[in-house]
Ligand binder design. Structure first.
Ligand code: ADP
Length: 473
């Protein structure tokens, strides 16, 4: 089985979120199963710098895009082979999708149209490579046009899988880009790329791909409903027989509490005071430290956490928060940190090492997302013995077992799950967690159950292989 895995980001080469973690880990896990999986992604200069064994395979000029190169390399270490599309005008910028002020780059349709076009070309019958994929695996809107290109350009299109990592990002552009991207006018139809008068790259993927997957079983069901379907629930429900929810795994080497170079000392079940020191939090042995690592967006529910802060501080909590995103939320957190020095530490920005130290060093992790396709941080936190408080949606519902009295007694509990996302429910749940935290015997059992969960990729990669096999002739 040969698979070309097209993505706009892949850890450790380029990352803004969970898509990168999956793109870094899943191809490697597939290779462990004997699949020849190779990645295709934009050649961001920082990514090229990190890749091993880089060689240029070809150069080509396309009228609408200009000069383009194709490079081949490897993920650092023993990673999967990766092809990079080299285009200085498109990819040599700070910010994968947005500028520093969080505005989308105005030419994103062309930047990711090119990625989609290359994915279809390299996976299709006209590919210049020796590598002939049996399946093209596309991910999120940035690669959504690839199945459309294949459908219109090949008599017998290579089968495609399209994975939705987040339905909220849809890649919507005005209809005039269709011509520039070289798609035929008939594709601009309700049975095609058209979406309320515009073009949606995401919808193209959902419409044209042979099979659809999303990153947790619960999210696969939710997105077929009006409440979570973001206007695409009709199409998703119509394709429900071809839609599978496969939970993401986590990279067990990258997130290994026993061997984590980001932690100050070998990690054990005893929590680290070092985090409090690093963040300038007051030394208070009794204060439970609440951790958050997240994009600061409405999706992640951090606005509800902001509302809950006064009560949680009153109850004796400390906070360690790392994130960046919407300016209002960044400001709200910065104001809270200024108002509660020594109790609330906030770092606005992206910091991988600190993310590891918060997962490890916090006592309770907060992740009350409004919707959550899968979510990785709640899995990292469990593996690091930091029980999470989550909202019962999507992958959070699928990966955290609520600390009900029965689940605590049986040893199944791994965290705290709220059924409604509002300030009162969140405060209740965190308060209960803080009370249990004061019972070392109960708390250690909870931590141990969380740490014992198997969140590895091996079983999940097999589920993707099952999907590939269904569509291969
Ligand atoms: P999403 O993909 O929706 O942002 P996930 O929980 O699936 O959420 O994945 C987020 C990934 O990005 C995790 O690996 C997390 O550790 C990382 N991350 C998010 N924000 C930051 C940040 N400010 N600094 C470091 N890592 C971050």
């Amino acid at each position: 089985m040969k698979v070309l895995f097209a993505t706009s980001e892949a850890h450790p080469l380029a990352k803004t979120g969970g898509l990168a973690d999956v793109s870094g880990a899943l191809p490697a896990a597939l290779r462990d199963l004997g699949v020849d999986a190779r990645v295709l992604m934009p050649g961001y200069p920082a990514a090229l710098e990190k890749a091993d064994d880089l060689t240029r395979i070809l150069r080509i000029r396309l009228p609408e895009h200009g000069e383009i190169g194709l490079l081949q390399g490897r993920f650092p270490g023993d990673g999967a082979p990766v092809y990079f599309i080299e285009h200085a005008g498109y990819y040599a910028r700070k910010g994968l999708y947005q500028d520093a002020a969080a505005h989308d780059w105005p030419d994103n349709a062309m930047r990711f149209g090119l990625l989609s076009q290359f994915a279809a070309w390299l996976a299709g019958p006209g590919s210049p490579l020796d590598f002939k994929p049996d399946v093209l695996h596309c991910n999120d809107w940035q690669t959504g046009l690839a199945p459309a290109y294949l459908r219109y350009e090949a008599a017998r299109p290579t089968p495609t899988v399209f994975t939705v990592h987040n339905l909220a990002y849809q890649g919507i552009f005005p209809p005039d880009v269709l011509k520039k991207l070289g798609l035929p006018p008939e594709s601009f139809s309700i049975d095609g790329v058209e979406y309320y008068g515009n073009i949606s790259f995401l919808k193209a993927g959902l419409y044209y791909a042979s099979r659809l997957t999303t990153v947790s079983p619960s999210y696969a069901g939710e997105i077929q409903t009006e409440a979570f379907g973001m206007g695409l629930h009709g199409l998703l429900a119509a394709r429900s027989q071809e839609l599978t929810g496969i939970l993401n795994g986590i990279d067990l080497r990258e997130w290994d509490p026993a061997h984590d170079p980001h932690l100050p000392a070998p990690y054990s079940a005893d929590k680290l005071d070092a985090l409090q020191d690093e963040l300038g939090l007051g030394p208070d042995a009794h204060a439970p430290l609440l951790g958050m690592v997240s994009r600061l967006t409405q999706q992640k529910g951090s606005d509800v956490v902001v509302e809950a802060v006064p009560q949680l501080i009153e109850l004796g909590a400390q906070f360690a928060v790392l994130g960046s995103g919407e300016i209002e939320l960044e400001n709200a957190w910065s104001r809270l940190a200024a108002a509660h020095p020594g109790r609330i530490a906030v770092k606005i920005g992206y910091d991988e090492g600190l993310a590891h130290r918060i997962e490890a060093g916090a006592d309770i992790f907060l992740m009350p997302s409004r919707f959550e396709p899968c979510g990785l941080n709640q899995m990292y936190s469990q593996r690091y013995g930091t029980p999470p408080v989550v909202h019962r949606v999507g992958g959070l519902a699928d990966t955290v077992t609520h600390a009900s009295p029965e689940n605590l007694a049986s040893g199944a509990a791994t965290g705290f799950v709220i059924d409604r996302l509002d300030r009162a429910s969140l405060v209740d749940a965190v308060h209960r967690a803080m009370l249990l935290y004061r019972h070392p015997r109960v708390w250690k059992k909870l931590m141990r159950s969380a740490m014992a969960r198997d969140f590895g990729w091996a079983g999940r990669a097999q589920q993707y292989l099952d999907v590939y096999e269904k569509i291969c002739p």
